[in-house]
Structure formats: C-alpha cells, structure tokens
Design a binder for this molecule. Structure first.
Ligand SMILES: Nc1ncnc2c1ncn2[C@@H]1O[C@H](COP(=O)(O)OP(=O)(O)OP(=O)(O)O)[C@@H](O)[C@H]1O
Ligand SMILES: [Mg+2]
Length: 239
C-alpha cells in the first residue's frame, strides 16, 4: 500500500483570483493519479465545488472516491492536472495555507491517545469551551460524551478503539466542524450511524452549507435529495 507523501510538490496546486470564478471555491482540472505509476486510479477528473453547495459524490467501492479527496488535499500528488483554489488574493500557495482550506473527515476516523477534548481541538487553545460543546452537539456527540464519567476529559486509550464506529465518526465530524474551514471534505461520514444521528448530522451540514463548499462521499443514494450537485465516479472517471 502506498503511504501519503510527506514532501509534496505544490506546483500542481494553485491559488487564483480569477473574476469568472464567483461562487467557486475549488476547481479540479484534468486530475489524474496512479498509486503505482501504472494503473490510473483517477483519469482526468474535472470538478468544481461552490460556496453554498453540497456536492454528493457517488461511486462503487474502489472507483477512486477516497483517492480523489486525498489528491485534492495533497496527501498524494497528481500525475497530471491542477487543483485550483479561488481565493480573494492570489498569494503563493504553501502547504500550510492549503491545509487551512480543508477540514477532512476520513472514512476511518482517526483518534489518538488523549482526552476527548484534546481529540476535538488538536490542542488549539484558541477554540473556546463553548465552541467545543456546540460542535459536539452539532455532530451528535455531546450526549454520549456526557454519559462518560469524566465527560470531555475522558482519556481515549488505544487510539479510541474502545468507542463504537459511530461514536468515533461523530468525534471526527465534531473535530472537522471546529476547524472552521471554507471547504469540508466528508468521506462516508454516516456509514456507521443510525438514522437519528445521520439526520442530526445532515441538518448540521445543510446549515453549514451557506458558508462553505461541501463534498460528501456516500454509498447512500437517498442522500442525493439533499444535494445541489450529484457526481458519479466510475473507474476513476467522473461521469
Ligand atoms: N494507499 C493505496 N495504495 C495503493 N493502492 C490504493 C491505495 N488506496 C487505494 N488504492 C487503490 O485505488 C483504487 C481506488 O481506491 P479508493 O480508496 O479511492 O476507492 P473508493 O471509491 O474510496 O472505495 P470505497 O467506497 O470502498 O471506499 C482501488 O483499486 C484501491 O485498491
Ligand atoms: Mg473510500
């Protein structure tokens, strides 16, 4: 398995303030990628994300959905094509400025051995206690956290493996909400959730949508009813 690249050549990632972009926050242009240099997993993908829009990305298992997100974020470098951020200014892009564009909820929530509170804030002291609680509530996590004897101070052991899949997902979503970025990339975030929590999170997403561009990967076609744009990827190609 190919690991994400630690050194990214950011020449394929561009900040632009082209006036014809208007609502567009991010454009993917002719993006191709191969893990092994032979088989193309992404084939000349074009896509744009707009502020105020929820884009749902469908596709069979193995079609390249997660790879597309990871390539957009620069975890893997495209072999061809560009990722263009349409920003107010066209300052030279850095890895840091790029990271601040996205909040990402991966398919498998990643937690670490620290308190729930620290897991949510990544140690960012600028985030207030009230903001943490609000994000946890919006992600449907506050209730189960408060049922734990130490609440938000509960220490997670073994990278949070003692929590259920749905609880881990909800913490991961709350963390992404706290990052407060213009783009939200969500990979199968409701796969382990019951209907009640799924609805809670969808409500939150729809509320956040006004201020952000959101890309939601899912296998659940019924979620398309909430989408402004629906795309399907098949064998690495957007149809
Ligand atoms: N780190 C990796 N190294 C090598 N090959 C990989 C890696 N990650 C994914 N692949 C391969 O790339 C292809 C696309 O995988 P990807 O994870 O993007 O699919 P997906 O559409 O997200 O599927 P799923 O719905 O199952 O999550 C698959 O053939 C997969 O085996
Ligand atoms: Mg995937």
């Amino acid at each position: 398995m190919k690991e994400p690249q630690s050194e990214l050549d950011i020449s394929k990632y561009v900040f632009s303030n082209s006036p014809d972009c208007r609502n567009t926050v991010l454009m993917v242009k002719g993006l191709s990628f191969s893990y092994d240099g032979k088989v193309e997993v992404l084939k000349s993908v074009d896509m744009s994300l707009g502020k105020g829009e929820l884009t749902v990305l469908l596709g069979e298992s193995g079609s390249g959905k997660s790879t597309l997100l990871k390539t957009i974020m620069g975890l893997y470098e495209p072999s061809e094509g560009n990722v263009v951020f349409t920003d107010e200014g066209a300052a030279p892009i850095t890895k840091h400025s790029m990271t601040n564009k996205f909040a990402y909820v991966p398919q498998d929530a990643m937690l670490f051995n620290a308190s729930i509170y620290e897991n949510l804030t990544w140690g960012n002291k600028e985030i207030s206690h009230g903001e943490v609680i609000a994000a946890a509530k919006a992600a449907g996590a506050d209730e189960f956290i408060m049922q734990m004897p130490k609440g938000y101070d509960t220490m997670l052991q073994d990278d949070g493996k003692s929590l259920s899949g749905g609880q881990r997902q909800r913490l991961s979503i709350a963390r992404a909400l706290l990052k407060n970025t213009p783009i939200l990339l969500l990979d199968e975030i409701t796969s382990a959730l019951d209907k009640e929590n799924e609805e809670k999170i969808l409500k939150t997403i729809l509320k956040l949508k006004e201020e952000k561009a959101i890309l939601l990967i899912t296998h659940k076609t019924d979620l398309c009813e909430y989408a402004d744009v629906v795309k399907t990827i098949k064998n690495g190609r957007i149809e």
